[in-house]
Each structure stands twice: as structure tokens, then as C-alpha cells.
Design a protein around this ligand. Structure first.
Ligand SMILES: [Zn+2]
Length: 326
């Protein structure tokens, strides 16, 4: 999956080369050029020149030359695409990828559309149906006001076999492509999630791509909950767990502004950070942090803060991240 035509030009045009290079060496304006000490060789008097209008640099001492992409590749030891992604992240540009044939793209678009409708439907169930009363009370008891529920588009999957399938009239292909349901042994369509609070998961540009469902806590005096606390969408053509960071779509602007990203262990931790006035938190979705996650985060921020639990699972996760970072 490469970049779509014109994307590299768009990144070059959106990049301030003087700002990028100034992070490595002090530049002084001299007419239409900027000059400073060369970051690629040791020198006492400046022979490094930047032409901001053309977006290029040249060193009269060591003959290093190139554009912003070259500069980022050389100084950060990235490959070409990584450098483009880094600059795109800094410039707030959402890169368009060339996703193969028109048919594949069309298919993806259909699945994204189904997911968007499902998220809207789950959200409406939580806000409006009498059946979701217990879920609303539970969320309220956890301090989630209406604003929080709306911001994170929380939802409710009714305690029923197939209410989503029926409400949206989903085809078996839609179910498979989104992971929202499946065809059961009796040949009937069935919802993947029931009687769960829904945390929709969006890609960094805000398209709904998956859902996580949390069971309600056991009733006082009732039977213990036997199912897993969280159940997430499976990998699908629109959802890759090792690439996705929950809440990056909401956190992105603040992450870039502060050049810092906070990584939590789960959806509710992320929401707690937002509510505490730190809207630059994300979480992985039921997986460990991957290299892809790190690459994504580096596109947006210089500083990664791990906000993991003090228990041993959290400590182990933090330790493995630390090793990875060495
Ligand atoms: Zn030089």
C-alpha cells in the first residue's frame, strides 16, 4: 500500500523547512536565504545554507544537500516513507494511501459506512431507549456526564441476539467485513456484541473502524459475570489492531501542540485523562504496544508518556516498552 499520487508534493508544500532544520542548528536569515553551522559536519563558521522558497538546503563545506524529507531521513535515520509520514504528522496532513483497485476501495468504503451507521445506532440506543437505563445509570455513577457520552460516542448493545443486524439490515458480507456480527450455526445472522456498553474506535482521521464492548458490572446479589470484561472487534479489512490507537482522532491536535502523547491501558483511562483536562491520551485496543504504534506516535509527538497501572501487568508492559526504546 503506497502513497497516493501527489501526496509527497503535498507534504513538501506543507512543510516549513526552516522550522525543521532550526531544531538541529540555529539559522540566521541572510537575504532570501538562511544560514547556520552545518549539522552534518563540524565547523566554526557557517557554511550551511537553506533556501526556504525552494525548500532545499546545501552545505558549501561537506556538500550535504536535499529537501526537508532528505533532512529528516539523514538526521533521524528514517526511510523515505517514514520521513514523509513524520513530516505529514507535523504538518497535520492526513496522508491518502493508494489502496489498490477501485473495487477494493469501494468495498472498504462500504464497510466504513456500515460501521459508521452501527456506531450511530448503538449511540442512539444508549441515549434514548428505556432498556439502556441501567447502562446510563452505571455510566452516571462513574461520573460520565452527557457531554462525555456524546464526545466519545458511547453506545449500548441491547440484550438481544440480532437487534443490530435487523435494525441496519446487514448482509453476511457486511458482518464479516466489519466484525459486527456473524452467521450462526443455524444459518441466522447474529450480533457480535450484546448487553454491553460500546466504546467506538476511530482511525486518526475520525472514521469509525471498530467497537469495543464492556459488560455491565454484576448486580449486587446477582450471579457473577462469566464473560470477558471487554470484547473487541476482530481484525477486519478496515481495522488493524497493531496500527490503531484508541482516541488518537480526538487527541491528535493537542498531541501535536504539546509534542507529547500519553499512553494508557484502556478506554476508560483515556476518557479519565480527557476529563481531567489532559486531552492527549490514547490506548491500544486489547494488544501490547507494537512498532507500528510507536511509529504512529512519533509522527505526532517527541515525548511518549506511559500511564500504566502500578500492578505487575502494567509494570511488565512498561518494562517491555523501556527495553524496546533502548
Ligand atoms: Zn556540512
Amino acid at each position: 500500500m503506497g502513497l497516493a499520487d501527489g501526496e509527497i508534493e503535498r507534504v513538501r508544500a506543507g512543510t516549513d523547512i526552516v522550522a525543521i532544520i532550526s531544531e538541529r542548528t540555529a539559522l540566521k536569515r541572510a537575504g532570501t536565504r538562511w544560514s547556520g553551522l552545518c549539522p552534518f559536519h563540524t565547523e566554526r563558521s557557517p557554511s550551511f545554507s537553506v533556501n526556504a522558497a525552494d525548500g532545499i538546503y546545501y552545505c558549501f563545506g561537506c556538500h550535504a544537500k536535499g529537501d526537508a524529507i532528505t533532512f529528516v531521513r539523514e538526521t533521524q535515520h528514517l526511510d523515505f516513507i517514514e520521513a514523509v509520514e513524520y513530516l505529514a504528522g507535523r504538518a497535520g496532513i492526513e496522508l491518502q494511501h493508494d489502496e489498490g483497485s477501485g473495487a477494493v476501495r469501494q468495498q472498504r468504503k462500504q464497510f466504513l459506512d456500515v460501521m459508521e451507521r452501527a456506531v450511530a445506532w448503538y449511540h442512539q440506543q444508549l441515549l434514548e431507549t428505556p432498556e439502556a437505563g441501567a447502562a446510563r445509570n452505571y455510566l452516571r455513577s462513574r461520573g460520565y456526564d452527557g457531554e462525555t457520552v456524546r464526545q466519545f460516542k458511547l453506545g449500548w448493545a441491547p440484550d438481544d441476539w440480532d437487534s443490530l443486524c435487523r435494525a441496519l439490515d446487514l448482509s453476511p458480507k457486511d458482518l464479516e467485513g466489519t466484525g459486527l456480527g456473524f452467521v450462526n450455526k443455524r444459518g441466522r445472522k447474529q450480533d457480535a456484541l450484546r448487553a454491553r456498553i460500546i466504546f467506538p474506535i476511530f482511525d486518526s482521521s475520525g472514521h469509525a473502524i471498530a467497537v469495543g464492548g464492556r459488560v455491565m458490572p454484576p448486580q449486587p446479589g446477582g450471579p457473577p459475570v462469566s464473560e470477558a470484561k471487554y470484547k473487541n472487534s476482530p481484525e477486519t479489512p478496515i481495522y488493524s489492531k497493531r496500527r490503531t490507537l484508541y482516541a488518537l482522532n480526538w487527541a491528535k491536535a493537542e498531541v501535536v501542540k504539546k509534542s507529547e502523547i500519553v499512553v494508557c491501558e484502556g478506554y476508560t483511562d483515556v476518557i479519565a485523562f480527557f476529563r481531567a483536562g489532559i486531552p492527549r491520551a490514547v490506548a491500544t485496543c486489547g494488544t501490547a504496544l507494537s512498532e507500528d504504534h510507536f511509529r504512529t506516535m512519533r509522527n505526532f509527538a517527541n515525548r511518549i508518556v506511559l500511564a500504566y497501572d502500578g500492578d505487575s501487568a502494567g509494570q511488565n508492559a512498561a518494562a517491555s516498552v523501556y527495553q524496546w526504546e533502548q
